[in-house]
Design a protein around this ligand. Structure first.
Ligand code: NAD
Ligand code: UDP
Length: 348
């Protein structure tokens, strides 16, 4: 029988890679996206690469009736929920927009899911929910302490999902919620075909797209934000994860939700990261080695709100989802570059 996954935000960077892997793994895919930060071209290419088709609805997840129509038309088994706004700086400038989109949007989605009795959900959370912790390797049991509006939308949605799952015990006659909250570390890279990838609007905020745009000559110089951190080379350390590894974690999560492990329902958070940190200078050096291009950079002051160092403890995801990363930093650099060179203007 068909196993149909609704992917919200499926036209976006991570969502499009998820659609590709889902189709290749034999799932039926239905995408809901309002195209606020993406182009339909990504899904056209996903279908070309896989030779399989998916259903697309240009719908805003905050539109209850339009979303309910999608659930009425398609027989959906589970939802992977990527739709959301994700720029930290913008979230500080326009917090209402972020809470409305990310928090209210998820309330509407879960409402429609409940009405349709679809109760398997994988949610895109983020390592930013941890805020500053004493240890640099984050385990899932650390307290939540997001430090900006974007991070707080993720933390709030996590709370809502845990409350929803807890409410099952008061309604034992109903089928329980089965929810996996996936806390991503730093996703980079692109599909090895070079046909889909990250297509940021305007000047990128994140390190990897900035590095590639400097290497290809679209931007003049990278600023390395801080060289006086208490790290071996003084630059900030993060846990970079290849986007294809990341989306495979979502398929593992769906498998777990549909297995005996979640027979009684529940809401559980998992870190998705490589489990090791990498500095800004290591990223630049690896990128230069793999691509043979120079990255023009200068040292600059620390960026407000940045932590010196953190990375994932991904042991729980290995134990319970049977997932771990398979790709290394060289793969991430090569695949990002392949996407950049083949699509200098992104999807335009
Ligand atoms: P993206 O912007 O490329 O994709 C998000 C997609 O959601 C876009 O296609 C956008 O058009 C769509 N969307 C936004 N609001 C919508 C709405 N109200 N209704 C319907 N569609 C809507 O971002 P991404 O990098 O692919 O991120 C996907 C998810 O993962 C987001 O929830 C993001 O917060 C989370 N996340 C991303 C990162 C990262 O570094 N990229 C890290 C941690 C978590
Ligand atoms: N960074 C940098 N220059 C840039 C963008 C980012 O030095 O133009 C650094 C940043 O300070 C952090 C790391 O690169 O140490 C990753 O930043 P990014 O914005 O990609 O992700 P974050 O971890 O902040 O979510």
């Amino acid at each position: 029988m068909a196993n149909t996954i609704l992917v919200t935000g499926g036209a976006g960077y991570i969502g499009s890679h998820a659609c590709l892997e889902l189709l290749q793994a034999g799932y039926q895919v239905v995408v809901v996206d309002n195209l606020a930060n993406s182009k339909l071209e990504s899904l056209k290419r996903v279908q070309e690469i896989t030779g399989k088709s998916l259903a697309f609805y240009q719908v805003d997840i905050r539109d209850h009736d339009a979303l309910a129509d999608v659930f009425a038309k398609e027989s959906i088994n589970a939802v992977i929920h990527f739709a959301g706004l994700k720029a930290v700086g913008e979230s500080c400038e326009q917090p209402q927009m972020y809470y409305h989109n990310n928090v209210y949007g998820t309330l509407v989605l879960t409402q429609v899911m409940a009405e349709s009795n679809v109760k398997q959900l994988v949610f895109s959370s983020s390592a930013t929910v941890y805020g500053a912790a004493e240890q640099v390797q984050y385990t899932e049991d650390l307290p939540i302490g997001a430090i900006n509006p974007y991070g707080r939308t993720k933390a709030m949605v996590e709370d809502i999902l845990r409350d929803l799952s807890a409410s099952d015990s008061l309604k034992p006659s109903q089928s329980p919620w089965k929810i996996a909250v996936l806390r991503y570390f730093n996703p980079i890279g692109a599909h090895e075909s070079g046909r889909i990838g990250e297509d940021p609007n305007g000047i990128p905020n994140n390190l990897m797209p900035y590095v590639t745009q400097v290497a290809i000559g679209k931007l003049a110089q990278l600023s390395v934000f801080g060289d006086d951190y208490p790290t071996p080379d003084g630059t900030g350390i993060r846990d970079y994860i290849h986007v294809v590894d990341l989306v495979k974690g979502h398929i593992k999560a769906i498998e777990a939700l549909q297995s005996e492990k979640f027979a009684d329902g529940g809401c559980k958070a998992y870190n998705l990261g490589a489990g090791k940190g990498c500095s800004v200078l290591e990223i630049i050096n690896t990128f230069e080695k793999v691509t043979g291009r120079k990255v023009n950079y200068k040292m600059a002051p620390r960026r407000a709100g940045d932590l010196a160092e953190y990375f994932a403890d991904p042991a729980l995801a290995l134990r319970e989802l049977n997932w771990k990363v398979e790709k290394n930093l060289e793969d991430m650099a090569a695949d990002t570059w392949n996407w950049q060179v083949n699509n200098p203007q992104g999807y335009n």
